[in-house]
Design a protein around this ligand. Structure first.
Ligand SMILES: *Cc1c(COP(=O)(O)O)cnc(C)c1O
Length: 501
């Protein structure tokens, strides 16, 4: 008997644990059964659907003050949440650029939360696994074992980690102690005009400002123009600025273009600049046998950002930053003085993983990646990347064979930009294609996004999806043409209003 419960006048102590574990166990089994059904039937549901008013209303309910049975809580979630997903686990989701998750990874997230370890560091098995997954990322990219790395929330944070080390190494002063205002010659970073927006945010957060990021024009294939880059570096040096870092992109978000990484590595070496690669899309192509040659040179980078929640399909969130010079990486973030690093034995005798990034408490992101890699083996993930690139090639063939569809350019990897073209131009063409995209989404057929390439509007399809089959691509082409004809026949009368059903 609990002493507190026996002593009159004393409150019984509480816990978040259930009073009856058997109830929770039965409900948990049901949740797992539902989860298996949810993923195995995903193809039969619409990719996406608009939420009705009562669902939106549900999410405005105020802070709950009194308890509800867990079964009722789960009922709310099943009804109001699970039915209205973003859709990226569906075989016909091809918007923006994201992975399609996987069940094993979801089990990994569950078990990580059950074990509950804090990956800020310490001497425990999750810490070893976290380091092991970083080591596996190095091995996938051909990085030396002596490099360091850290798992972060995603590619944006992974880029910030790499660019922060670049800034501190190239600043010539102790930026951590004196701040960016003490830097004598303003630092300059270079990337193509196709750089992901996270680099702008990084420059702003690093105190260097957006203008310190020089956007170099791209060639017809949307790769960074090397001559223009060389000229910009020379000009900046002559003007008294300090060129510090070249950011190469392995797979741009617009079209999947891959900069010439070998040439950039060589140029950075000659000019004594840091070479960072944004490999959020394409770094993992290094494991794909048919396409790995496209990212040759990535292993020469000083730092790389990669994104296991994209082409490894890990459940969000997990990104990874790798830094060739592990000491420079640690020196950029460590606040634990070397002599206090750890105790010789016990819980604090492990590595302080928080010394490699900005977070103190860190979630256990490694397990979902580890379990799926172990289950399938890295070769299968490589084949799945090749498969998506082949599917983009298949789509390209269908577009070329369909006179009403127009291709922006031959795709490099898995991103295809195209449009329905009934002989229109400018805003009318854009309005028509936007309406096609919206009806594909609203009718639950497929999720595409759109973009502007060299001033022209295109529908954009990024096939980062292990569930997509060629038949899904056939269907997309058929439905795009059907909707294009339908909307053109309406004379675009409804383009600004809701789609007629
Ligand atoms: C997705 C992406 C990012 C950002 O990664 P997140 O995981 O979304 O934070 C950065 N660069 C490129 C090229 C990307 O495709």
């Amino acid at each position: 008997m609990d002493a507190a419960q026996e002593t009159p006048g004393m409150m019984a102590e509480e816990t978040l644990d259930p009073s009856d574990w058997a109830d929770v166990q039965a409900l948990s089994h049901r949740i797992v059964d539902d989860a298996v059904g949810y993923l195995s039937d995903v193809r039969d549901r619409p990719v996406w659907r608009e939420m009705p008013g009562e669902v939106r209303e549900f999410f405005t309910a105020p802070l709950p003050r009194s308890p509800s049975p867990l079964a009722a809580v789960y009922g709310d979630v099943a009804r109001n949440l699970m039915s209205y997903p973003m859709g990226n686990t569906h075989p016909r989701f091809w918007s923006w650029y994201m992975g399609s998750s996987n069940f094993t990874g979801a089990l990994g997230d569950f078990l990580a939360a059950i074990q509950g370890s804090n990956l800020g560091g310490g001497n425990h098995a999750a810490g070893l696994m976290d380091s092991q997954v970083v080591d596996w990322c190095k091995q996938m990219l051909g990085f030396p074992a002596s490099a360091s790395g850290t798992l972060v929330s995603g590619g944006s944070m992974a880029n910030i980690i790499g660019l922060t080390v670049a800034r501190n190494v190239k600043a010539d002063i102790d930026v951590r102690e004196h701040g960016v205002a003490a830097i004598e010659k303003p630092l300059r970073f270079y990337g193509s005009d196709q750089l992901h927006a996270c680099h702008r945010k990084a420059m702003e957060a690093l105190g260097l400002g957006n203008r310190a990021l020089c956007r170099i024009p791209t060639d017809a294939g949307l790769r960074i123009d090397l001559d223009a880059l060389r000229a910009a570096i020379a000009e900046d040096r002559a003007a008294g600025l300090k060129p510090a870092c070249i950011i190469g992109t392995a797979g741009t978000v617009n079209t999947g273009a891959i900069d010439d990484l070998r040439a950039l590595a060589k140029l950075a070496h000659e000019e004594n600049l840091w070479f960072h690669v944004d490999g959020c899309i394409g770094a993992l192509i290094a494991i794909a046998p048919q396409n790995a040659h496209r990212v040759a040179g990535i292993e020469w980078a000083d730092s790389v950002a990669l994104d296991p929640h994209k082409w490894l399909h890990a459940p969000f969130e997990v990104g990874c930053a790798l830094v060739r010079d592990g000491a420079a990486h640690r020196k950029t973030f460590a606040v634990t003085p070397e002599y206090l690093e750890s105790t010789p034995r016990g819980l604090a005798s492990g590595q302080w993983l928080h010394d490699y990034g900005l977070q103190t408490t860190r979630g256990f992101r490694a397990l979902k990646v580890w379990m799926a890699l172990k289950e399938h083996g890295v070769e299968k993930f490589g084949r799945l990347i090749d498969q998506n690139i082949a599917q983009a090639g298949y789509l390209t063939g269908l577009i070329e064979a369909e006179p009403r569809l127009e291709l922006a350019a031959l795709p490099t990897i898995n991103i295809v930009c195209f449009r329905y073209q009934p002989g229109l131009a400018g805003e009318a063409l854009k309005a028509l294609n936007t309406e096609i995209m919206l009806r594909l989404q609203e009718q639950g057929i497929a999720a595409l996004s759109d973009t502007t390439v060299h001033g022209e509007h295109w529908l954009r399809m990024a096939i980062t999806n292990h569930r997509t089959r060629r038949g899904d691509i056939d269907l997309l082409v058929r439905e795009t043409v059907r909707l294009g004809c339908e909307i053109a026949a309406e004379g675009l009368a409804s383009s600004s209003g809701p789609a007629p059903s």
